[in-house]
Design a protein around this ligand. Sequence first.
Ligand code: HBI
Ligand code: FE
Length: 296
Amino acid sequence: MSSEPRRVENQLTDKGYVPVYTTAVVDQPWDSYSTQDHATWATLFRRQRDILKGRACDEFIDNQERFGMSAEQIPRFEELNEVLAKTTGWELIGVEGLLPELTFFDHLANRRFPVTWWIRRPDQIDYIAEPDMFHDLFGHVPLLLNPVFADYMQAYGRGGVKAHGVSAEALVNLTRLYWYTVEFGLIRQRGELRIYGSGIVSSKGESIHSLESTSPNRIGFDLKRIMRTRYRIDTYQKTYFVIDSFEQLMDATRPDFVPIYAELARLDSFPAGTVLDSDRVFQRGSGEGWATDADA
Ligand code: HBI
Ligand code: FE
């Protein structure tokens, strides 16, 4: 029996957690999951699947079914990898948690998706600041079965490796793109807004807030607009960006980003709650409940 990987407790500070950036890749210690771990998975899975009926995009639920994901037990990475190997060629690797950006980009560029191997404690069931296995497995993995989204994720990783050589600002631009699409993106399907962002689908409150609250802005996807828009990691989003299709997302990553980084380096960034005259506005938010201190 390989020695069980120990959870490296992130240092909790008054600013939340300070991620311990370990780059180690570990096997999923599936046999070490406790009854409580499986029960936490079951509770979160059942609750989110119930909330996401009519709220998540079609592909999200369909792909969870194709993976055979259920509330019964925590999925085995090796079984999910068998499905991925026969479809989009992605591979899940076990990690401790957040990775240094370049390490993360390099994995994506090689169709490896890092999945945290541990699941949150019961007292964290409603919210956890850092991505745990539920966020990664339930939230990120299903769309890796979608060929176009799978291509987007690899293109994003390649772009990230390149951006690392350009500038810190280029990285910030790219991280915003990930945040407002992969983590908090909405998509139009049959004229309705649906969720595809992993940060939303793995959150009870935000799955409802992102689609039904009058507080946030909902604005049509625009690459440069998103790259210039700041965000916060500790509240619901003030603005959600809406794509018409995953193809639109993939097409947006085809151009060389280096000239775009150069253009944006001369321009100001926007506060998270901004609405521009040039925006395609689905909803101009009321701003109710927005944090007033500066956003990132
Ligand atoms: N590491 N394991 C992990 N998972 C992520 O989603 C992740 C990361 N490191 C950095 C990161 N995301 C974001 O900063 C991306 O925009 C790069
Ligand atoms: Fe995530």
